[in-house]
Design a protein around this ligand. Structure first.
Ligand SMILES: Nc1ncnc2c1ncn2[C@@H]1O[C@H](COP(=O)(O)OP(=O)(O)OP(=O)(O)O)[C@@H](O)[C@H]1O
Length: 287
């Protein structure tokens, strides 16, 4: 469902389990004597959509993404991928972490790092794997650096390698956990545009992308839709569609009236989430 900024979301309003990704009433408590982190998160992601998840620091964004990736079990609730309920990491997904230094193998070249997840793919022959690796490296603009090791690259280039590795796998769903939080502002803009280029190149039939970020402007610039989480224990406070003209560019898009309107609205939502819960009688945190 697409909403314009200003239309209120009713958390847990059902959804289509047969879509590419459906998150259903996810709750998470890390240990019995600790507070709830997520308190009944529900939303859908459509094929080919770019959805950004934002929310206050510590509200549970990474926890949510790890449950969706199947590497963390929810306390209750389900994640459905392509109509199947998952109980572990689904083969359709790849995950890019914030910390590229821990996600790359420092002793492998760029090429070998990108090829690594394809090693066990028996459905691809050697030439197909080589083509995928070359294409992914080309997509992130690292052609010519194939034989470099990660330590010989800048931080932004290393994160490009991590993205290329995920792309070479050709996941139906690409999960990104604050992927640009560890790089400088200019590098970050370049990496954001790399993601938009990937989307432009692959079109609507390409990857579905779900990205956690704490950067509201980045979410608006990149996403088709934004899911705003509340303070912990988090619920879906709002879902907003982002109808910015395409192609999006750093200067024009960020000064577009629609960008500024959504930006002001999201700031408002994030500051007033708890008051909204009380005022509108929305979902209350469970004990
Ligand atoms: N492995 C864990 N064991 C226990 N508690 C955890 C664990 N991981 C996260 N938490 C707790 O869950 C809550 C949400 O953490 P999470 O990292 O999901 O939030 P976040 O929104 O991604 O944070 P940030 O915006 O600061 O990156 C925090 O209170 C955190 O302490």
């Amino acid at each position: 469902m697409r909403r314009r900024a200003g239309e209120r979301h009713v958390a847990g309003d059902g959804g289509d389990r047969t879509g590419i990704l459906h998150v259903e009433e996810l709750r998470k408590r890390y240990a019995p004597d600790t507070p709830l982190v997520c308190d009944g998160l529900s939303f859908n992601v459509n094929q080919g959509e770019f959805v950004a998840i934002i929310g206050p620091s510590g509200c549970g964004k990474s926890t949510l993404l790890r449950m969706i990736a199947g590497i963390l079990s929810p306390t209750s609730g389900d994640v459905w991928v392509g109509g199947r309920r998952i109980d572990g990491p689904p083969p359709e997904m790849a995950l890019v972490f914030q910390d590229y230094t821990r996600s790359l193998y420092p002793w492998l070249t760029v090429e070998r790092n990108v090829r690594f997840p394809l090693a066990k793919r028996r459905d691809l022959d050697k030439a197909e794997k080589a083509e995928r690796v070359a294409e992914a490296i080309r997509t992130v603009g690292l052609t010519g650096f194939e034989k470099y090791s990660p330590g010989q690259l800048s931080g932004g280039m290393q994160q490009r390698v991590a993205i290329a590795r995920a792309l070479a796998f050709q996941p139906q769903i690409l999960l990104l956990d604050e992927p640009f939080a560890s790089v400088d502002a200019l590098t970050k803009e370049g990496l954001e545009d790399t993601l938009l280029d990937v989307r432009d190149r692959l079109g609507a039939s390409g990857n579905t992308m779900l990205m956690v970020t704490h950067d509201i402007d980045e979410a608006i610039y990149l996403a088709d839709r934004i899911v705003v989480l509340s303070k912990p224990p988090c619920v879906v406070a709002e879902e907003l569609s982002v109808d910015l003209p395409v192609p999006r560019t750093q200067v024009e898009s960020r000064s577009h009236p629609e960008f500024l309107r959504i930006r002001a609205y999201v700031h408002d939502v994030m500051g007033l989430t708890d008051q909204r819960r009380r005022t509108h009688g929305g979902p209350q945190p469970s004990a």
